[in-house]
Design a protein around this ligand. Structure first.
Ligand code: T3D
Length: 259
């Protein structure tokens, strides 16, 4: 049987590919389980310092597989509590950057899983669709949290209420994603970025993720205190010493990513 998730290791990073192209990489429990395992392995492997998430075929992900959703409302909620919510938490908690290469349509939970990643690149043919209302559901997988913070409440509400698609270029100009790029260069650009991040001070990058993760709920005072705490942790890493030494010696820093 074909694996619903492909993992491809590279020097310092790995690519994780959602792999149900015939169903536009829609989520099933099997896909969720394979993705969770792949992310946990990436988290546990010290030699992996960045992750690239993408989809196979012409789509990134069409959200929940609607043929596998079942008709028991309690079961639908369980899918969220057992799979989608842990997935979003895993991506946000991973102590290394997650780059998302959105290679085509990202609909429903597929759109919001992309937005949970740290840096999102999208090919120009990609579209982001809050498809939920079209089938009588509400945005999940963090959509009602990510969208207003990324694009403002007016746009977030309209996108969720209408289910209108947002092109990659519009998403970039609204600040919803980092960059829209040509389809034929998307993967090369995403690989270059991920490989670059894999050479950077991994612990500090993880702490940066932590700081942004906390900032939405913190007061400025609390955030200043958190920054001081995180800075202390960053200062204790060999990569900080290396960064300063390299700057002083006017040479390129060689970071190990070790704590
Ligand atoms: O707890 C819970 O589980 C609730 C959680 C919900 C999370 C969610 O994500 S809800 C939202 C679910 N997703 C959608 O509603 C999107 C449904 N799909 C679409 O609207 C369209 O397929 C797209 C806009 C994404 C793409 O359109 P298009 O025209 O490019 O492709 P297509 O022809 O519609 O789809 C191609 C194939 O993929 C087709 O299969 P076939 O006919 O060739 O055998 C289609 O049925 C299949 N497919 C697409 N999306 C899904 C899907 N199959 C199952 N589930 C899907 N979500």
């Amino acid at each position: 049987m074909t694996s619903p998730v492909l993992v491809e290791p590279h020097e310092g990073w790995r690519r994780i590919t959602l792999n149900r192209p015939d169903k536009l990489n829609a989520f099933t429990v099997e896909l969720h389980e394979a993705l969770a395992a792949a992310l946990d392995e990436a988290a546990a492997d010290e030699s992996c310092r960045a992750v690239l998430l993408t989809g196979s075929g012409r789509a990134f992900c069409a959200g929940q597989d609607l043929e596998a959703i079942g008709d028991d409302p309690a079961g639908v909620k369980t899918l969220l509590t057992d799979h989608y919510n842990p997935l979003v938490r895993r991506i946000r908690a991973l102590g290394k950057p997650v780059v998302c290469a959105v290679n085509g349509v990202a609909a429903g939970a597929g759109a919001n899983v992309a937005l949970a990643c740290d840096i999102v690149l999208a090919g120009r043919r990609a579209k982001f669709i809050q498809a939920f209302a079209k089938i009588g559901l509400v945005p999940d997988s963090g959509g009602t949290w990510f969208l207003p913070r990324l694009v403002g409440e007016a746009r977030a509400r309209a996108l969720a209420l209408t289910g209108e698609p947002v092109s990659a270029e519009q998403a970039e100009s609204w600040g919803m994603i980092w960059r829209a790029v040509d389809d034929d260069t998307l993967m090369a650009e995403a690989e270059r970025l991920t490989a670059h991040l894999a050479t950077q001070p991994t612990v500090a990058l993880g702490l940066i993720k932590q700081a942004f993760g906390a900032s939405a709920a913190n007061t400025l005072d609390a955030q200043l205190d958190l920054e001081a705490e995180l800075q202390l942790a960053a200062c204790r890493t060999p990569d900080f010493a290396e960064g300063v030494a390299a700057f002083t010696a006017k040479r390129r820093a060689v970071f190990t990513g070790r704590p």
